[in-house]
Ligand binder design. Sequence first.
Ligand SMILES: Cc1cc2nc3c(=O)[nH]c(=O)nc-3n(C[C@H](O)[C@H](O)[C@H](O)COP(=O)(O)OP(=O)(O)OC[C@H]3O[C@@H](n4cnc5c(N)ncnc54)[C@H](O)[C@@H]3O)c2cc1C
Length: 627
Amino acid sequence: MRRGLSPLRERHETGRFSTGLVVLVDSFGEIAVGAALGVVLGLLDPLREGSLVLVLVLGLLAALREVTVGAAFGVVLGLLDPLSEVALVLALFVLHASSVLSPWPPHEPEGLVASLETEVLVIGGGSTGAGVVRDAAMRGLKTVLVERKDLAEGTTGRFHGLLHSGGRYAVKDPEAAKECIEENLILRRTAADCIEDTGGLFVSTPWDDPAFGDTFVEGCRATGVPVEEISVAEALQREPRLHPGISRAFTVPDASIDAWKLVWGCARSAQEHGAEILIYHRVVRLERSDGRVSGALVRDELTGGELRIHADVVVNAAGAWAGQIAELAGCRVNVLPGKGIMIAMNHRLVNTVINRCKVPADGDILVPIRTVSVIGTTDTRVADPDDLEITEAEVQEMLDEGEKLVPGFREARALRAWAGARPLFAPEEVADTRDVSRSHALIDHRERDGVEGLVTITGGKTTTFRLMAEVAVDAACEQLGVDRPCRTAEEPLPGSEGGEFYTLGSRVRAREPVPRLQEIICECELITRERLEGAMEWRHTPNLDDIRRTLRLGMGPCQGGFCIYRATGILHSVERLDHLAANESLLSFLQERWKGVHPILYGDQMRQARLDDWIFQGLLGVQRLPT
Ligand SMILES: Cc1cc2nc3c(=O)[nH]c(=O)nc-3n(C[C@H](O)[C@H](O)[C@H](O)COP(=O)(O)OP(=O)(O)OC[C@H]3O[C@@H](n4cnc5c(N)ncnc54)[C@H](O)[C@@H]3O)c2cc1C
């Protein structure tokens, strides 16, 4: 099956690299086979003219150009009669060499061995890696980022969506609280287009000790988090669905943040500064020479090709996988994956981020994001960040906790559930992952392990990604022996230059004149055909889930039930996929959505799932589609 490439990957394949791609094609075998063929043709005297014509015809077949070169060479040898024996010996030698060096028939570009030179190699395309690649590129360093899947497909695309004020950590984790509020204020200036300024409330429900409110205020004051107590009446006026039994309420500058916009904004900015971003490229080995890390071997997950990247410094920004990457260099980094689950509810049950005013625990935050609200989260240590099962008990716990914040929560429609793995850095063993600081960790492996050329940045929050990138690039600069200041605290991301936050209505407002004139493909998220086609051309991918992350396609109440077969048809024509590839794309999207829906199958969403099932299984018979 042909796999399309994103524009980022296309830049790689066409070799328009500022970092200087050197492609070494193993074509010797094809030349050798051609030479042998040519010798035979040349030796057959009566066919001299015929063989020359044949060589010319072969020359027109670009796919066989190596064979053609060899054949031309062989014909010339064969035509020189006095040298026929020499030519024959040469042909035999060449044939032997070809059988040793190259398979026949010639292999597909899968065997392509490519290499790339750069100053900084960033591993991981979540918020941290995206921040690092942008920061390094803005400091004028040649930089390449590799991500094994799509950008923000790791924890960053599976988080709770909260731009922390620091209030949550003010009592238990003051260092993290200070980092959060400082970065919150910076991101409001530099990444406004990714933020909805919802504000935040900490409320004492009937299940919480009202006296904790005083400890909370003290913690906020000590860490610089702006806090103000408001009356219960005012809180209920602002958020009428809140539990009427709340006894205290405090305002803080929490907000909601769109991680996909943030990460793609960083990536676009990094590219504008000359960086290369290679998605679907997995690091399989770190290269080491003379006790230092000198780059990585990466595998293209779509073609199977390999790419060797030589780098002066490697920044390991692989989040919950950072321990696995460090291990490839023989270094130990104790990152504990802390699983958290979240459930998106159909409406904005609240318009402000609501936190329980107590020591952080499970299911105590409700975040309004776009048209939905998300309850979360849990914190369970897991062995493998790629294996995050959602249990029935966890779902029930979230719904119960939701009831304590908004009575009637259970009657609202749950759209989907998902889980992410926190990258929790623990210098020593801990019993409970909630006890691990949410502050970030920078490990300079030259200082700690005597391994030059490798820096690990992990822990932290999406809220503090910019700061994490700054300290990581500072450390990389130190290893490179250069001193260049960071500019990301001042220079806004592309799209945020105007300093305007997005609002709930902004997408409708931007599209309001359109509906009468244009076909709407995804009604829930108001995605027009024009926008969908534009995104498909831009991402140049056969994967509908990549398009989902770009446009929010299929993320509304029907979870793709009405839009995804239409989108598949459009993808089929835009990407010129064959029917097998288009079918596979549809099925893998449905499978991915199903993973999120099946843990919350009750009430209206159960009815929706039944309807979707009738459409896809009953009407379209997707289970019988050839792939
Ligand atoms: C349930 C939950 C809720 C959260 N809520 C919030 C919140 O509301 N606000 C907030 O600020 N923070 C929140 N966080 C924390 C925040 O999401 C994370 O700290 C942050 O997303 C980590 O970003 P990262 O870039 O370090 O890791 P990731 O986003 O996981 O990125 C690491 C990337 O490395 C890639 N990778 C791994 N191995 C390889 C390899 N071999 N080769 C190439 N690439 C590789 C992965 O595919 C991944 O994309 C939450 C976390 C969880 C789990």
